[in-house]
Design a protein around this ligand. Structure first.
Ligand code: ZN
Length: 202
């Protein structure tokens, strides 16, 4: 199982980190050991002083394919969930400055909390609304209508380089409002106003 992530897929988030808006989807990966399931807590890693949440809509792939054309790409989506792309922002900054790969800032253990999945048919993919609360206060509000690259473009792009397999996951990018967590914080994620994700920082 592979976990793909898309960076800078919302203009307002690219701008808040002073990043240019990409011309093509920016793809990176996390290993399966990054997954954090069933509302388990995140233990604050000792190698960072700046752990950031990024709340994202996550797609599960329902069939194998490569070099998928955009017009057929939706057929590859089976289910939808909500996830967090935890990022060690201080380490990511160092990696970017040196032009190094940023896996250690993005793919570490438990860096990818994930909710339960719902069938893709239950959603209008052109506008899925989601949000993240930190300690009961809303910190991120997103709508897939604001994505720079929609689901079909993302799937088509990824599949030009990587064969998609049943069960692969795609974290589709985060809207503005990313920020730090500290030990003791609680994160709650909502997909279409339904509370489906909880992550406590310990
Ligand atoms: Zn992200």
């Amino acid at each position: 199982m592979k976990i793909f992530c898309i960076g800078r897929n919302y203009v307002d988030h690219a701008k808040e980190l002073n990043n240019p808006v990409p011309k093509r989807p920016l793809v990176f990966m996390k290993p399966p050991t990054a997954l954090l399931l069933k509302g388990r807590p995140m233990f604050y890693p000792d190698f960072t002083q700046e752990l950031h949440y990024e709340c994202e809509v996550v797609l599960k792939i329902g069939k194998n394919g490569k070099r998928v054309k955009e017009e057929f790409a939706e057929r590859y989506i089976k289910e939808v969930a909500l996830g967090i792309d935890f990022t060690a922002r201080d380490i990511q900054r160092q990696c970017k400055e040196k032009g190094h790969p940023w896996e250690i800032a993005k793919g570490f253990n438990s860096s990818a909390p994930l909710s339960e999945f719902s069938p893709y048919e239950a959603f209008d993919p052109s506008s899925i609304k989601f949000r993240l609360d930190k300690n009961g206060e809303t910190v991120q509000q997103g709508d897939t209508a604001d994505m720079i690259f929609n689901f079909s473009k993302i799937i088509s792009h990824i599949s030009q380089y990587f064969t998609l397999n049943l069960g692969d996951l795609i974290y589709t990018g985060t809207p503005a409002g990313v920020g730090e967590v500290k030990i003791g914080d609680s994160l709650d994620g909502y997909l279409e106003n339904k509370h489906i994700l909880r992550c406590k920082i310990k």
